[in-house]
Design a protein around this ligand. Structure first.
Ligand SMILES: NC(=O)c1ccc[n+]([C@@H]2O[C@H](COP(=O)([O-])OP(=O)(O)OC[C@H]3O[C@@H](n4cnc5c(N)ncnc54)[C@H](OP(=O)(O)O)[C@@H]3O)[C@@H](O)[C@H]2O)c1
Length: 269
């Protein structure tokens, strides 16, 4: 049983991820802005304690770092999925400061404050793997939602930069796979054994990982297909189960960090 921290668990991709965790018996700490909505969606899980709420409006992240440090301290958060997000269908020239700020607060600043707290809490003593939702709007340079894409581009950069810092030192690694190590150590010939042990040790994955997933459209309130159809915008839809599958695949891959995985569904970019 692991404890997941999930933002945006009250709708769309975040909700689907939370339900996936709950179904596999994991605990979910849902960081959301609307406690009533969370109670309507997850009444039994909240009552049983399998889900716990942490309330914060991620449109303004003053105090989020300290709140996470104190309220997440009782939990051992090993997985983090940053799904909270806002859409904006607008060209760059007409995007206001307030709109840009909201996009950056929700997509990037919240991610940065939460990661800062999680890294401090885990102190490299246990595995921590995070996935942040990016978007193909960034690599595609979509003009219809340019500022949205810009904020997601910064998420991709953040993931690469944080990874570079976190994984600079070799000691921040997981233990090597026990079976491979035991098999290597059982080899009689000293030269062969040394070689096999070195290979087994080199199979140790990364203790701290952060990646991004940039999907094409997913039919949710944010990616609302009706709006795109009405405005004759390109529509490349990816099923929710595929998104959830990839989020968990990335989270559990010990050999990957600092990457953006793109599920573009033929979106040209
Ligand atoms: N859907 C797509 O086509 C698509 C494609 C690529 C990337 N993405 C990204 O995937 C992520 C999830 O999107 P989605 O489609 O699942 O969207 P969604 O269904 O609209 O869900 C967005 C979630 O973010 C939460 N949220 C928004 N602003 C918040 C704030 N200020 N404070 C706290 N929580 C806030 C919402 O909370 P409430 O329930 O309280 O509103 C909701 O739970 C987003 O980052 C989005 O950019 C989506």
């Amino acid at each position: 049983m692991k404890t997941f921290l999930i933002t945006g668990a009250t709708s769309g991709i975040g909700e689907a991820c939370a339900r996936h965790c709950l179904a596999q018996g994991d605990q979910v700490v849902a960081l959301c802005r609307n406690g009533d909505k969370a109670h309507r969606l997850f009444a039994p899980e909240l009552a049983s304690g399998q889900m716990v709420l942490l309330e914060h409006d991620l449109a303004c992240n003053d105090g989020l770092y300290k709140q996470c440090l104190s309220e997440l301290k009782p939990f051992k958060i090993e997985r983090f999925i940053h799904c909270a997000g806002v859409g904006l269908i607008k060209g760059m020239a007409s995007t206001t400061h307030a709109e840009l700020l909201q996009l950056y607060e929700t997509h990037l600043f919240a991610l940065s404050e939460i990661m800062r707290a999680l890294v401090r809490l885990c102190q490299f003593k246990y595995e921590l793997s995070a996935v942040a939702l990016s978007s193909v709007a960034s690599p595609a340079y979509l003009v219809q939602n340019a500022a949205y894409g810009l904020s997601k581009d910064s998420v991709d950069h953040y993931v690469r930069l944080l990874n570079k810092q976190l994984n600079a030192a070799p000691q921040k690694r997981l233990p090597p796979p026990a079976q491979a190590l035991a098999a290597a150590e059982a080899i009689e010939d000293p030269e062969q054994r040394a070689r096999a042990v070195a290979i087994a040790q080199a199979q140790a994955g990364l203790m701290l990982r952060i990646n991004a997933l940039a999907p094409g459209m997913v039919d949710t309130p944010l990616g609302d297909c009706d709006t795109y159809l009405e405005q004759e915008l390109p529509l490349n839809v990816i099923p929710m189960e595929v998104i959830v599958h990839w989020i968990f695949e990335i989270l559990e891959t010990p050999y990957m960090s600092g990457q953006t995985v793109v599920l573009n569904n033929d979106w040209v970019y």
